[in-house]
Design a protein around this ligand. Structure first.
Ligand code: 4AD
Ligand code: MG
Length: 461
């Protein structure tokens, strides 16, 4: 007989159907004549109750089941008299597949702290929170691909090992096979020609520059993959390894890009509400009781648009005191971003036209010579969720910006070539996948929305 998942049983089966179901025990209650076992298989937040009565040959085994055991049950579906459950299974056979020592199994029925659960990242997927998180992540990944596929974007796979520092921020992990205990040197300098690739290489911080290459041939492309940053930021919104979605659009200026970003975020919000409501209700109940109403309102709101200069003016006029004082030219800190979107505007804000000195070299220079066509999307609770820009498509101006930033023309000759052979206006952005999951679920720490978080001094599992 073929195994049915609990989700399938609850949505597609009817009373008297015979089913085979397999999963892990959450709880067990036994009386003299009957044992009730709640099992889960991760296909849904809901457990399924198995009823094993004393005439069943498997009853003795059932009566000793403890949390975490794995079982295989064949039986008949009956409508459940219990509250909140549609069905239970009257077991015909119950087999224990794997035992679980109750003295050492770390997951108890009580609520565990997120810090404790991070230490047992191999078992936390079995908790309600982590199961719900994994299903929401999965559903969001699906929505990301369908959003772009429906619009005719091509999914491009950009390299993970790279020689270029796309963001020019210098926070890259180096990739090397050199023996760190005996690094080959020439007059004190590392002999990179002895390294695997014959040159210094790094884990990518962004697929953007390579995505631009493909946008200059296929027009509309996107990447969706892991990116790496060796920033020593121990905050609830930074990871050293995170996933990023990066669309790159040819023949598109900043206004078109900000519309794409707004449509995209709204679509992700409405998708999870339509497809993960049960899991979202769980987050709404246990994590942040404004989660669902926020998503609803975002799916239907109009994002505010402000220039950086307007945003700075607004912040300076506010009575709020910030840890970092606001002045034209500063990089907006998370406290400023959140105050703008949460308190002042109370919905998502798209801030554009930042000072060139605080942004990457590839952003298009405005006519004022001081600002660039950058765009950050800020949302309540998170701050920056998307960063992007119109790209500098004029070769001489790009060369000038590279000189200012100390970037070698030789190393980026391929990037400059794109501006010599059929250059076009083009724009793109990056959406932080984990920040999106954080925003959508209301889970406060980014370490709890990725299966295996990598942060400074922590790379377990
Ligand atoms: O603003 P960022 O640095 O933009 C880029 O990397 C551009 N190359 C994207 C592009 O135009 N194609 O990063 C984009 C987003 C941020 O808005 C944030 O959501 C997320 O990536 N992000 C991080 N998420 C988790 N941990 C970190 N350390 C992050 N750094 C950035
Ligand atoms: Mg940014």
């Amino acid at each position: 007989m073929q195994r049915s998942k609990i989700k399938e049983i609850l949505t597609q089966k009817k009373p008297d159907d015979e089913v085979l179901v397999q999963g892990w025990v959450k709880t067990r209650r036994s009386s003299k004549s009957v044992t009730f076992v709640q099992i889960t298989d991760g296909s849904t937040l809901q457990d399924l109750q198995i009823v094993v009565d004393e005439t069943n040959p498997g009853h003795d085994a059932a009566a000793t089941l403890t949390t975490g055991c794995s079982v295989s049950v064949q039986g008949v579906l009956v409508e459940s008299p219990g509250q909140g459950q549609k069905f239970e299974i009257q077991a015909n056979t119950l087999t224990v597949l794997g035992e679980s020592d109750p003295d050492s199994y770390p997951l108890q029925k009580k609520r565990h702290s997120p810090e404790f659960l991070r230490e047992i990242a191999h078992l936390r997927p079995r908790t309600n929170t982590f199961g719900a998180m994994a299903r929401v992540r999965n559903s969001l990944a699906y929505a990301i691909h369908t959003f772009f596929q429906e619009r005719g974007f091509q999914f491009i796979q950009t390299p993970i090992i790279t020689a270029s520092d796309a963001e020019g921020a210098g926070s890259m992990f180096q990739v090397t096979t050199l023996n760190l205990n005996d690094v080959p040197k020439d007059n004190g300098a590392v002999k990179h020609e002895d390294d695997f690739f014959g040159r210094p290489t790094f884990l990518t911080v962004s697929g953007q520059l390579e995505a631009e290459i493909f946008a200059m041939a296929l027009s509309d492309v996107y990447t969706f993959g892991p990116t790496f940053r060796a920033e020593n930021s121990n905050t609830s919104r930074h990871l050293a390894e995170f996933w990023m979605v990066e669309p790159e659009v040819a023949f598109c200026q900043l206004d078109g890009l900000s519309e794409l970003a707004e449509d995209f975020l709204k679509r992700l919000c409405s998708h999870v509400l339509a497809n993960c409501l049960e899991d979202m209700e769980f987050f709404n109940k246990w994590y942040d009781n404004s989660t669902i109403s926020t998503l609803d309102s975002i799916a239907n709101s109009q994002f505010e648009r402000l220039t950086y200069t307007e945003a700075v003016d607004l912040l300076k006029k506010s009575s709020q005191t910030f840890e970092y004082p606001v002045d034209w030219g500063i990089d907006l800190q998370s406290e400023h971003e959140r105050y703008l979107t949460e308190t002042m505007i109370q919905r998502p804000v798209i801030v554009t036209d930042y000072p060139k000195d605080i942004k990457a070299f590839y952003m298009r220079l405005n006519d004022d010579g001081e600002t660039v066509r950058a765009m950050d999307v800020l949302v309540p609770r998170i701050g920056e969720i998307i960063g992007g820009s119109q790209r500098e498509e004029r070769r001489e101006i790009l060369e000038g910006r590279m000189n200012e930033s100390g970037i070698s023309h030789d190393e980026y000759s391929w990037y400059l070539d794109l501006r010599s052979y059929g250059t076009v206006p083009h724009s793109g952005f990056g959406l932080g996948f984990e920040r999106t999951v954080q925003f959508i679920t209301g889970v406060s720490n980014i370490r709890d929305v990725i299966p295996f978080p990598r942060t400074p001094k922590s790379a377990e599992f």
